[in-house]
Design a protein around this ligand. Structure first.
Ligand code: SF4
Length: 272
């Protein structure tokens, strides 16, 4: 499910832009839907206000925690069931973060990842991405959202960018704290800087050992069969990206338009 049908549902009830924004703001922040700066009975049209409990129930059904698996480092893996019964993994991270899934399954097929073995089963809708954030936000303070769970966000760009836009505006997540993680689909480099909310970018490099760049390409192709991103050496960005190639798995972490920075990160999550 996408965010737009939620907007249309509110408009059909007579909601004006201010009412629509208040409801979406309350939802993305994990509040009661009638939370607003004024008395809800005075602020919302009666039809909207009376429909909010049913809408809240429908939104809660978008993603429900089936089981929770805490780790010693303070993170917790949540097995989340979507409305159609499909399951994805959402991970609450230390230091006020959450890692969300953007696809059920994944077409990239990285050899080290259980998610890739199933292939792509379906896209996760923009509202379902937000619903994962809301689940985490109901449990902890949230300042950071990383799109690094099941799926390749670049293969679900419209839904992911819609979710990023809502989180970076009404959701009150800082743009640099929204981290788009990709194996390197070239469409990402074009699309991310164009959106109204410009997230940070984490780029998977995945060399298994300290190595030269050409050897890295070969190993990378073996590890990530569907990666369409080839020339690290042809990529725009500083040499530090290339010199970062070391360690068991690496990501170049950067913003799309400025301040290229490099940091090592772990691989995207695998399925439960
Ligand atoms: S590591 Fe990420 S991109 Fe690779 S198969 Fe798994 S989910 Fe897909």
């Amino acid at each position: 499910m996408q965010i737009e049908p939620i907007r249309q549902r509110l408009r059909a009830l007579g909601a004006k832009p201010a009412h629509e924004q208040a409801v979406l703001k309350a939802w993305t922040r994990g509040w009661s839907l009638d939370h607003c700066h004024r008395d809800p009975t005075q602020f919302f049209p009666a039809a909207v206000r009376l429909a909010l409990p049913e809408l809240a129930e429908d939104l809660a059904n978008l993603a429900r925690v089936q089981s929770e698996h805490p780790s010693a480092d303070g993170s917790a893996r949540l097995l989340v069931t979507l409305r159609d019964g499909q399951a994805v993994e959402t991970v609450r991270l230390p230091r006020d973060g959450v890692c969300v899934s953007t696809q059920v399954g994944c077409a990239v097929g990285c050899v080290f990842c259980m998610t890739g073995r199933s292939g792509l089963l379906r896209q996760v809708g923009s509202a379902e991405i937000i619903a994962q954030v809301v689940l985490a936000r109901q449990q902890q303070t949230l300042r950071r959202v990383v799109f690094m769970g099941m799926g390749e966000p670049a293969h679900n760009l419209d839904n992911v960018m819609d979710a990023i836009e809502l989180l970076g505006t009404l959701g009150d997540i800082g743009h640099k704290n929204l981290v788009f993680s990709t194996v390197g689909d070239p469409r990402v480099f074009e699309r991310l800087p164009r959106g109204p909310v410009k997230p940070a970018l984490a780029l998977s490099l995945h060399p298994p050992v300290p190595t030269c760049v050409s050897h890295c390409f070969r190993v990378r192709r073996e590890l990530i069969p569907l990666s369409s991103w080839k020339p690290v050496s042809g990529m725009r960005g500083p040499p530090a990206i290339r010199s970062s190639i070391s360690g068991p798995c690496s990501k170049a972490s950067t913003t799309p338009t400025k301040n290229w920075r490099v940091s090592k990160r772990c691989s995207p999550a695998s399925t439960p």
